[in-house]
Design a protein around this ligand. Structure first.
Ligand SMILES: Nc1ncnc2c1ncn2[C@@H]1O[C@H](COP(=O)(O)OP(=O)(O)OP(=O)(O)O)[C@@H](O)[C@H]1O
Ligand SMILES: [Mg+2]
Length: 451
């Protein structure tokens, strides 16, 4: 593979020279520029894999305005080249503004070599994967069966999801998967992992929602003997387990604020310490995360760090709810039917047309997971070789709002849990405390109700 070509741009010659030596030593091919005009000229004449540029060019300004304007012009010349901006230490707002305008990442000066290299590598790999992805797409690439979990996605609204998986799956880029509960976030995570270059190593899963606050840190980072009362011996955390591989951080919105900084550091610099130890360990982990919360809203409320969000969502894949992709219902239902029929040893051929119509009409608040449960129950109930509408036990949407008096205790609980989740944007921690439950107790209910 030819070396990735990087443009380094800064008006300070010593900065350009230092970066050139550093990146050249790591096997990159280097181009340099010392002015905005030089950057644009380089982009016009070369095929570049990444641009690393300072935001300030006129000696007497530090506003970064010149660099911000330049971003738009770069995008116009080459919409896909990743741009990493350099800003003065402390000017986080400028960096955030640059990211809003399309920069992929930022580095603060004076820079840390390891961090800079990690960022440049991620961005060039991503850019290579994008190019590869575009080529594969041109060859009418689809996820090959057998390469991962069954991912049924025929609806038009799922095509962007499939394209993103195909494009970023092979890279080391961090991916954030968002979508309602039961929409299939874990299936997408497994699909990304299955086509990644790390597929030979395990995918380690951490469910941030299911962990009690106290054990969180040691679960992620491990601990040494004596770190706290119960620490009877050394323990390896999930990050170390996932070294060279992939970590799936599920329900990421539930990571407590005080741990978010530590998480940010391991993502940025690949460095961490076990609880109770001062020895720094280096890990190389690709992080795929998922949430049903609105993280931008969590950031606005001060519950989630913006810099961590930027680190996690290099690429964001949003899964539409099932009601926005009803075209997928027949294939999904058929898939679940054959899975459960095999499992329960029942001879079933399919769905009676009226039963299929009922499936197509249902609102599916619980998304694909709810569909799976409905089909499983129907398989158990069926007495014929076709599933009948009655086997589905769907509450018809036309029967009006259900009254609390008519609900079972279990239904009332499920109703309240849904309400609390909706009120707190899907944030399990907050919903749990509003309901007076521990997070794990709420999680058990979510599982039980198929939410
Ligand atoms: N596109 C799909 N094709 C086939 N099966 C799917 C698809 N989407 C979801 N499923 C199945 O539906 C169920 C729920 O999916 P999954 O666990 O991935 O959802 P989720 O978004 O992670 O939910 P939660 O937010 O509750 O964690 C699983 O059994 C999964 O295998
Ligand atoms: Mg999940």
């Amino acid at each position: 593979m030819p070396a990735a070509r990087i443009l380094i741009a800064d008006d300070q010659t010593d900065v350009v020279e230092a970066l050139r030596l550093l990146l050249k030593g790591e096997g990159f091919a280097i181009e340099t520029a010392h002015s905005p005009a030089g950057i644009l000229a380089a982009l016009e004449s070369q095929d570049l894999d990444a641009v690393l540029m300072d935001l300030n060019y006129t000696r007497d300004t530090t506003s970064g305005q010149e660099g911000l304007d330049l971003l738009a012009r770069i995008k116009a010349l080459d919409a896909t080249v990743p741009v990493v901006v350099m800003t003065a230490w402390g000017s986080v707002e400028l960096a955030v503004e640059a990211m809003r305008r399309g920069a992929r990442d930022f580095i603060q000066k004076p820079w840390d070599n390891a961090r800079l290299l990690a960022i440049v590598r991620t961005q060039t790999e991503l850019s290579a994967a994008l190019k590869r992805g575009q080529r594969l797409e041109a060859e009418n690439f689809a996820l090959r069966p057998g390469d991962g979990p069954a991912l049924i996605a025929e609806a038009p609204s799922m095509q962007p999801v499939l394209q993103l998986i195909a494009r970023v799956g092979p890279s080391d880029a961090n991916v954030l998967i968002t979508g309602e509960p039961g929409a299939g976030k874990e299936v997408v995570a497994r699909s990304l992992y299955a086509i990644s270059s790390r597929a030979a190593r395990p995918m380690v899963i951490v469910n941030a929602g299911g962990l009690a606050e106290g054990v969180f840190e040691s679960e992620l980072f491990g601990h040494v003997k004596g770190a706290f009362t119960d620490a009877k011996m050394d323990r390896v955390g999930r990050f170390e387990l996932a070294d060279q591989g992939t970590l799936f951080l599920d329900e990421i919105a539930n990571v407590p604020l005080n741990l978010q900084a530590k998480l940010l550091r391991v993502l940025e610099a690949g460095e961490m310490e076990r609880v109770g130890s001062s020895k720094t360990k280096r890990v190389d982990v690709r992080v795929i995360s998922a949430t049903n919360a609105n993280l931008a809203e969590e950031v606005a409320q001060g519950r989630f760090r913006q810099d961590l969000l930027f680190r996690l969502n290099t690429i964001e894949i949003h899964l539409p709810p099932l009601r926005e992709r009803r075209q997928d219902i027949p294939a999904l239902a058929a898939h679940f039917l054959s899975t459960h029929a095999r499992r329960y040893r029942k001879e079933l051929e399919g769905f009676d047309p009226a039963a299929m119509q009922a499936l197509l009409d249902h609102p599916w608040q619980g998304n694909v997971r709810e569909l799976n449960h409905v089909v499983e129950r129907a398989v158990l109930m069926a007495q014929d070789n076709l599933i009948q509408p009655g086997d589905l036990a769907l509450r018809s949407p036309s029967s009006g709002p259900i009254r609390v008096e008519d609900m079972s205790l279990e239904e009332v609980e499920a109703f309240l849990v849904k309400k609390a989740l909706a009120r707190y944007n899907g944030n399990v921690s907050h919903a749990a405390s509003a309901l007076g439950l521990s997070r794990s107790a709420l999680y058990r209910r979510l599982e039980r109700f198929g939410l």
